[in-house]
Design a protein. Structure first.
Length: 386
C-alpha cells in the first residue's frame, strides 16, 4: 500500500481485492479487510457490535489517543453534543465570506506562474479557515509543517509501529497549543464557547481537549488533502473542472467519493456478528477500505469516472453514524468555494507528476506544481500535463 505507484492511484489494487476476495483475513495484523460498500456501511452502522474504542477489547490506548473518534457511548455523545453546539454557535455566514475572500487572494497570488498548490493554496487556506472557526490566530506555518506529519504517520502504526513515539510527541506539542488557545482566543469562535461551557459540563477535560486537538488537526490536514487530491483528479480528467458550476453541491460530493482522502477506518468486534455472508468473532479487528467501498460498481455506476452530477451518491467519505466527521460541512464548503473560483480559470495545468505522502490511511498530495491563468472562455479549459 505504501509503494509510490499505489499511493498515486490505489483504485486498481482495491478493485482487485474487491473482485477476488472482498472479505479476507489479514493474518499479519489480525484483522478482516473489507472492500465492498455494503459490508463497510453495515459495520459503521452497528455501534452495538463494532467499536472504535479498543480499550473495550482489552488493548492499552495511550491517553493522547483517547478522543471523540476513539470513544463510544456513554462517553461519546456528551462530548459530541458540546463540540456540535460550539460549532453551531459560530458565525458561518461570515466564515464563508472570509473563506471566499481568502480563496481569491491566494489564487491571485499564484496566478500566471508555476506554484505548489499544496503549499501555497490548499494548506494556508485550510489552516486559516479552521482557525477562523476556532476563533484563534494561526500558528507558525513552519512549526505546523514539522509537527503534523508524525501525527498522520501514526495512523499507519499497524504497518509501521516505529512511528508511534514521534506521533505521540507531536500530539504533546499540539496539546500545549490547545491549552494556550483555551485562554487566548477571540470572541465568537468554538474556543470562546468551550471556555464558557466546559468548566460546568461535567466532562473529562482531557477527552474534550484531545477531541478539539483532533478537530483542529483534521480541519486543516484532512481538508488540504481533499482539496489537493481533488485538483489532481481534475487535471487527470481534462474538461471536468469547467463543469463544476453546473451543480457545485453535487460536484463536491462526487469529489469526496472519488478522492476518498480517508482511505481506511478500523473497528473492533464486540460480539460474534454476521456481516453479509461472513461471521466476525468477538475480539477480531475489521479494517474498512473506504477508498474501495467508494469505487464499488455494485453501488456506483461507472465508479472509476469522475462524474460531477452523480446522484444518488451514498459515499462513505466522511464516515457514517455516530463517528461521522464533525467538520464535514466546513470541508465541503471550502471545496465548493475553491473550485467554484477555479472553474472560471481558462488554464489549470499540472506541471508534471505530483509527489504523494507515504500514508496508506490518509491519502494525500505532498506537492502539486500547477500553473493557473485567466482569459478567454472558461469552457475551453483543458487541464493537462506538460
Amino acid at each position: 500500500m505504501l509503494r509510490p505507484e499505489i499511493l498515486r492511484d490505489p483504485a486498481p489494487v482495491y478493485t482487485a481485492w474487491r473482485e477476488n476476495d472482498p472479505f479476507y483475513w489479514f493474518e499479519e495484523l489480525g484483522t478482516w479487510v473489507l472492500t465492498r460498500h455494503q459490508d463497510c456501511a453495515a459495520v459503521l452502522r452497528r455501534l452495538d457490535r463494532f467499536t472504535s474504542d479498543w480499550r473495550r477489547l482489552g488493548e492499552r490506548v495511550p491517553d493522547e489517543l483517547v478522543m471523540l473518534q476513539t470513544v463510544d457511548p456513554p462517553e461519546h455523545p456528551p462530548v459530541r453534543r458540546l463540540l456540535t453546539a460550539a460549532y453551531r454557535a459560530c458565525d458561518h455566514v461570515t466564515l464563508v465570506e472570509r473563506t471566499s475572500a481568502r480563496v481569491r487572494r491566494l489564487l491571485a497570488g499564484v496566478e500566471g506562474r508555476t506554484a505548489d498548490f499544496v503549499d501555497e493554496v490548499a494548506t494556508p487556506l485550510t489552516v486559516a479557515t479552521i482557525c477562523d472557526l476556532l476563533g484563534v490566530d494561526p500558528p507558525d506555518p513552519g512549526w505546523l509543517r514539522r509537527v503534523s506529519p508524525p501525527v498522520i504517520d501514526t495512523m499507519d502504526a499497524g504497518l509501521r509501529p516505529e512511528v508511534i513515539p514521534a506521533g505521540l510527541a507531536a500530539r504533546a506539542e499540539l496539546d500545549e497549543l490547545i491549552e494556550r488557545w483555551m485562554t487566548e482566543h477571540r470572541p465568537g469562535g468554538m474556543f470562546s464557547y468551550l471556555a464558557q461551557k466546559l468548566p460546568g459540563a461535567g466532562l473529562d477535560r482531557r477527552l474534550v481537549l484531545n477531541s478539539v486537538r483532533s478537530t483542529f488537526h483534521a480541519g486543516f490536514e484532512s481538508s488540504a488533502r481533499l482539496l489537493s487530491l481533488a485538483l489532481l483528479a481534475f487535471t487527470d480528467a481534462p474538461g471536468t473542472l469547467p463543469q463544476f458550476m453546473r451543480n457545485p453541491e453535487s460536484a463536491v460530493e462526487e469529489v469526496i467519493r472519488y478522492t476518498s482522502q480517508v482511505q481506511v477506518l478500523a473497528r473492533g468486534c464486540l460480539a460474534d456478528t454476521e456481516v453479509g455472508d461472513h461471521r466476525v468473532r468477538a475480539g477480531e479487528g475489521v479494517t474498512l477500505i473506504i477508498g474501495a467501498a467508494n469505487r464499488d460498481s455494485a453501488v456506483f455506476r461507472d465508479p472509476e469516472a469522475l462524474r460531477l452530477g452523480r446522484s444518488p451518491n451514498p459515499h462513505l467519505g466522511f464516515g457514517r453514524g455516530l463517528h461521522a466527521c464533525l467538520g464535514a460541512g466546513v470541508a465541503s464548503m471550502q471545496a465548493r468555494v475553491l473550485f467554484s473560483e477555479l472553474a472560471g480559470y481558462t488554464m489549470v495545468r499540472r506541471e508534471g507528476e505530483p509527489a504523494m505522502w507515504d500514508s496508506g490511511t490518509l491519502r494525500g498530495v505532498r506537492a502539486l506544481p500547477v500553473t493557473l491563468g485567466r482569459g478567454g472562455d472558461p469552457a475551453c479549459a483543458t487541464p493537462t500535463d506538460r
